[in-house]
Design a protein around this ligand. Sequence first.
Ligand code: C2O
Ligand code: CU
Ligand code: CU
Length: 529
Amino acid sequence: MSLDRRQFLLGAAGLGTVVAVGGLSRLDLGVRPQTGVLLRSTRPRPEPFTLPLPIPAIARPTSTDGDVDRYEVTQRRADVEILPGTTTEIWGYDGTFPGPTFATRSGRPAHVTVRNELAVATVTHLHGGFTPAASDGYPTDLILPADVSEVGHRMRGDTTVGERTYEYPLDQRAATLWYHDHAMDFTGPNVYRGLAGFFLIGDDEDDALPLPRDDRDLPLLLSDRAFDDDAQFRYPALSPEQVYPGVSEPYVAGVLGDTILVNGAPWPRADVDRARYRLRVLNGSNARRYELVLDPPPPDGAAFVQIGTDGGLLARPIERGTVTLAPAERADLLVDFGAYPVGTQVELRNRLGSGDTARVMRFDVVRDATDDTSVPAVLSDVADLDPRSATATRTFSFRLERNDRDDEPAVTHHPDQAGAGKHRWVINGEPFSPDTTLAEVPAGATEVWRFSTDVHHPIHVHLGHFQVLDRSGRGLRDGDEGWKDTIDLIPGETAEVVVRFGEHKGRYVLHCHNLEHEDMAMMANYDIV
Ligand code: C2O
Ligand code: CU
Ligand code: CU
């Protein structure tokens, strides 16, 4: 208890450092719901709720022979209509944003060949997957563009040219996963350009529940973007040609766009039946947090019934009036539009935004319908991981560091970034390097990991799913229940989680999923041994 208290005070003191930093000084970080700075569009965006909600296409396997489903997907540039009457260049899987949705099955391996037809090196990571290290999308395991012959100093990992096949065993329970770019130093700009999509795993347990399906099971990828005069995505990269990482000074805290996209469309609307829906909400934003509410709320009962989280179904449904999601977190929600009369327009709003960023999308209740779904009292058998079975306790501290030495670049793992500013985001005082490790974890081990923080950091652990034990001596926050792979750390907080690691040996990363922080070095290796 006293330790937690001291950590909390240390954390609060840490905020002083952040407030002193250039572009961050205007912000009252103590009460801000976000760590990030708003980047505005310089052209008009459409009226909210005028465009239809897009649903990403389902990826079709190229072969389902034997024990494995094979898929091929191509990363390419495409000009897509996001703002009506004009086009925006995206970098997308199969040229779409979001990319195609993979609808896979627990226990049935999927091998996904990713072709890179972009002009930059990429890496694809299956977020939430229990994946062997060689297929996990380690940040230097690059797929170089097919037509690039000279690779230079960046070729330091297990690099391939043109394409790579990722092998996913999918030996894990049903859950809403996602895949996205993970190239070292450039994940932020690459994901911002569109390199992300859903990866769903289904199983018999989930199928046996009386839950909404098909057209009433909607994946919703939330993201925020800013647009320039030519309707192109604005992103404040220091080096758009990707020679060195980082964003310009005021955005070091994170890039917040002023336009909320759902499945790639600005503030869309969807017609819904008077029936229960399953909404698989993924925060795919670089830095923005959301606190979701329905307006109007249903006449009685809670707006949302949460049934799942990052790692799949909860043990029991939880009624919520609001749902908070940090970058990379997922919430599997039931909403009963049967509670509203036909003709009701139900807005999904974001209480952490204001004006345009308080709006997300709208559901229009357009027709009566039969509905044989229900909310089961019990969803899944989720055993509590016993922290007493942990074989080690480790502490990771996530902080902004100011580097005042003129002769040393801000982010030291890359030789070409002398212009990258004076700040870096570090874990235990160390900027990311592919060559060092913070922990050696025995395969299949259970450990207690303690995360302490200065500002908001959504912390993600590859390979290890975890359960939250405590936050600074005050127990759990809403949304901490069940199996998680990302935790939304609140300023000044020390959180404790109990992690169960996978059996695959090799080098994995943990990192902040604020993608500007991640690119500016807030990532570390741990090794499964
Ligand atoms: Cu969603 Cu390491 O990433
Ligand atoms: Cu991940
Ligand atoms: Cu962070």
